[in-house]
Design a protein around this ligand. Sequence first.
Ligand code: GDP
Ligand code: ZN
Length: 462
Amino acid sequence: MATDFDTIAAISTPPGEGGIGIVRISGEDALSIADKLYRMKGKKLSQVDSHTIHYGHLIDPKTDQILDEVMVTVLKGPKTYTREDIVEINTHGGMLVINQVLQTILSQGARAAQPGEFTKRAFLNGRIDLSQAEAVMDVIESKTEASKSNAFNQLSGDLSAVIQSLRQEILNVLAQVEVNIDYPEYDEVEEMTSSLLMTEAEELLDQITSILSTAQQGRILREGLKTTIIGRPNVGKSSLLNRLLGEEKAIVTDIEGTTRDIVEDYVNVRGVPLKLIDTAGIRETDDAVEKIGVERSRQAIKEADLILFVLDQSQALNPTDHDLMKLTQDENRILVLNKSDLETAVSLEEIKDLAGNSPVISTSMTNQSGIDDLEEAIAQLFFQGETIEKDANYVSNTRHISLLKETQQSLEDVITGLEMGMPVDLVQIDMTHAWETLGEITGETMQDELLNELFSSFCLGK
Ligand code: GDP
Ligand code: ZN
């Protein structure tokens, strides 16, 4: 347990009026400072058992004035979040009282914590590694259940374990290379070393590429699958949108005189968070494509991860349909053949032909049929039909992704270097670089400066 840190305190509950507020103190003096404020018939917090909760009053030691009636949790290190002694004071007053309590604690020798400093201590005291610290933030910010469980997995160290084993492999190779270099008198050593480096670099590259391939899903879980609904006027885009958004939200759309410009909506389709983009346009004009033209659709299409292309199957395909079909042919796309309750005027054969690999789903917004199939198709497209496994480990943090890409590059440099017959000691530099970059993910090879920057983006009290 690290003891060379001062004692810090902060309000850990979000700002605003709440039923209770929590002030957290962490560090060597947490208990003694709390004791200066705590009053309960001769009881001393520094003498109670760890992980217990205590009723009492808090007073300002300078004035003996009662601040609040509180419940105090005593958590003695090292089995705590920061590995230090922690005292958590549950006040039940409003922000004013909570602030008073914090100020009093600060006047007794604690320092106001920086944003993220509690988590930073957890990291510095070796309780969690950097990717886990970042996961703390992700858990707080995660938008859907699936992305929350992804963040929890990262918090429990799944990614760290993978990265650590990759680093160990690299270290083993580098050690082997060192040994070989120490015996230069054998002719075949140089060749052996090259082929060893080559095999290892290729294997590592494979592994990292496969970790990175989960990044796409990871981003989706985190930010939502950018989805846009396109189609010519009157095919049923608004109806589909409202259907996806649920009845409640549909009501808020076109109230006369309001200028609500809702551009982003989130819906959860079988655990896939959809971020519906450019929906304001669909709501406001009923002939979006004709008014804003195919040009604007092109923009929406470019931004989207998924396109729901709605067609009216009671009408023959017209040139706009064909234009949109072409425009979206290389995209992740689902064709929605709407109005299946009406007589069909299109050939399913022709549409399937035009659709290529895109799923074709028949729906009726009027009869509310085909919605299940559509949801299934969305899930299929992005998770190969598997419901998102709770323990799937998706890399979703952008910092991790860019470091993994950097590692990938170093390994590719190793391979091309060897192919070009570069001397082993030069190739070794790239291999070492791969080891360093991976270490930055878990924070093992991280500079102080970067560390501070990272933790300062955390919210206060965490
Ligand atoms: P948009 O212009 O593409 O947004 O189409 P809307 O959702 O506004 O729908 C245009 C018209 O088609 C409305 O009168 C809807 O009630 C109707 N409509 C939408 N879906 C269906 C459907 O599945 N069957 C039938 N019969 N009518 C539908
Ligand atoms: Zn519409």
